[in-house]
Write a new protein. Structure first.
Length: 561
């Protein structure tokens, strides 16, 4: 407390937490924009408004220290915040409001931080206000699928990203080897009984921003906490895009119509605005392009360019013109081949070798840091206290009692959250939230002849359907009455194209986190492929102008002082 005779000034502490390999400078643009917004809002307030906003960028987990684990990184930052609180108190400032902004991995670390702060009683006299994540993989980054390449990727990459990689890929076990059933940290943090979840729920405003193109590792399904990714076609097929009116058109005449937020088009999609599917039962014929096919199409294009043209039936003048045109383009075509061969045969192998060796060294260094700082986590290892409210009678359980009881309660909680087609898969597909049980997630629009032309819903409702739980549609249809059977079949024709093959663990995380009152903002950045960096304007780049629109929206419409 302050000394007698000196009145403490109430303040709002805003913490900014960067992502993997990140540094505090990544928040230069965002913090400056927030400062300008705060100054402008305070000018509009009455002159007797005495509180002010303090911005704090985390410093203890920069660069490769982010490999040390979400838990250790979160503990470090929690200690930073407590030290900053003491510093502010010594300068006659009293924290009354608290916000935290996480970017990429920083969003997961931020969720851990607020759990630790809750555990330490930080929020006893402090109001949690804003929790915001930008491009944060809340569901982890384990790639859905069962192909050999996917399994290899999901095994290899976590080995190169230290303890944080294990946790992001849901490969860790917070209970060690004490129990047969594995429980990843992200799964624990998504449990409604965990201290991390309860602390997150206490924030007045929860918001997330997620790229919908060119951000594969933190794509919409994980950073938007969604069962499906209706935007995957934007990465799979470069010929498909969203125009300024919100239309995504396909070669076969199918159409996917979205709505952008007013004044922020064509960058921020409105998840609560109507979206319309027209003839999307043929969606698969337009979206079969894969990453491998994109490479193949590029190679095919280059081969076609080098093939001699068929000049049969043309005049001498045309042949002469074609000859000189071919000569003029000869070196340009060959240069493309040289560049391709250099990238594939020299640059890519060298880069991969450097990346793997460097990360092996960094992972080794990280392991030593984790071992050296493991004592900082001892008081947090008792996950019973992190999963349940602290005992009011002061009784302290033994570690063995805590682990056993904590795991039992945690598993029970996750089972209670199994809201996945208990009676029929299509019952869930064809019904809205509990408040609108008689309303389908789709509204049908019929043409003049009465035939079904299109289906309308909202992105928010669409992404709440656990479509991966649909097994055999023919078997599931038998469980429905005739009234719902045709509708269910039509909806399945649309939704089954979006199936991702999520794991049970991923679906449980999504189901639990979606019970919170999130504001979700899909962002469509097209001026650069570095959309992950552009989302917060991580550094100066003329191609990041659309990222500035994202930051502007956050400052003007979401951030609350």
């Amino acid at each position: 407390m302050g000394s007698p005779g000196f009145e403490e000034t109430p303040c709002h502490l805003v913490v900014l937490c960067h992502g993997l390999w990140g540094v505090s400078d990544h928040f230069n643009y965002l913090e400056n924009a927030l400062r300008s917004t705060v100054d402008l809002k305070f000018q509009k307030m009455s002159n007797d408004a005495t509180s002010h906003v303090v911005f704090y960028r985390t410093k203890s987990i920069e660069k490769y220290r982010t490999y040390d684990g979400i838990d250790l990184c979160g503990t470090r930052i929690a200690d930073e915040i407590l030290k900053e609180a003491k510093r502010l108190q010594s300068s006659k400032h009293r924290i009354t409001r608290f916000s935290i902004i996480g970017y990429s991995l920083g969003g997961l670390v931020a969720r851990y931080v607020i759990g630790v702060l809750e555990y330490k009683g930080f929020f006893k006299d402090i109001q949690p206000v804003n929790f915001t994540s930008f491009c944060s993989p809340h569901v982890g980054v384990l790639t859905p699928g069962n192909s050999i390449s996917v399994k290899t990727f999901n095994w290899l990459v976590p080995q190169l990203l230290g303890k944080s990689g294990q946790q992001m890929f849901l490969k860790d076990n917070v209970f060690g080897n004490r129990h047969e059933k594995k429980t990843s940290l992200l799964k624990l943090m998504a449990s409604s009984k965990s201290i991390f979840y309860r602390s997150l729920k206490n924030f007045q405003h929860l918001a997330l921003y997620s790229n919908i193109r060119s951000d594969i590792r933190t794509s919409w399904w994980t950073s938007g906490i969604s069962y499906i990714n209706p935007f995957q076609i934007l990465d799979d097929n470069p010929n498909v895009s969203i125009d300024e009116h919100g239309f995504m058109r396909f070669e076969n005449g199918s159409k996917f119509e979205l709505k952008f937020l007013d004044h922020y088009a064509p960058v921020i999609v409105d998840v609560n605005g109507p979206i319309k599917f027209t003839r999307l039962t043929q969606y698969s014929t337009a979206t079969s392009t894969t990453a491998g096919k994109k490479v193949g199409s590029k190679l095919s294009q280059m081969i076609q360019e080098d093939l001699p043209a068929d000049n049969g039936g043309t005049s001498v003048e045309d042949v002469t013109s074609t000859f000189f045109s071919s000569v003029n383009n000869f070196f340009a075509r060959k240069f493309k081949w040289v560049v391709l061969l250099f990238r594939v045969c020299i640059y890519l192998p060298m880069w991969m070798t450097w990346f793997i060796l460097n990360n092996m060294i960094q992972v080794s260094n990280s392991s030593f840091r984790v071992l050296r700082e493991s004592s900082r986590l001892k008081y947090l290892i008792d996950f019973y206290n992190l999963c349940d409210p602290l005992p009011v009678n002061g009784h302290s359980r033994t570690m063995s009692e805590s682990y056993a009881t904590g795991l039992s309660k945690f598993e029970s909680d996750l089972q209670d959250q199994g809201d996945y087609f208990l009676n029929s898969v299509f019952d869930a597909v064809t019904s809205a939230p509990a408040s609108k049980v008689h309303q389908s997630i789709f509204n049908e629009n019929k043409g003049a002849s009465g035939g079904r032309i299109s289906w309308t819903t909202t992105l928010s409702r669409l992404c709440s359907v656990p479509i991966d739980d649909i097994g055999d549609p023919n078997a599931d249809l038998k469980q429905l009455d005739d009234k719902n059977k045709q509708n269910a079949y039509n909806y399945y024709q649309i939704l089954h194209h979006f199936k991702l093959g999520l794991s049970k663990q991923q679906k449980e995380i999504i189901g639990s986190l979606n019970k919170l009152n999130w504001q979700k903002f899909p962002i469509y950045i097209t001026t650069t492929n570095a959309t992950h960096a552009a989302a917060i304007v991580r550094h100066e780049d003329p191609n990041f102008k659309q990222g500035e629109i994202v930051v502007k929206h956050y400052c003007e419409q979401v951030f609350v002082i």
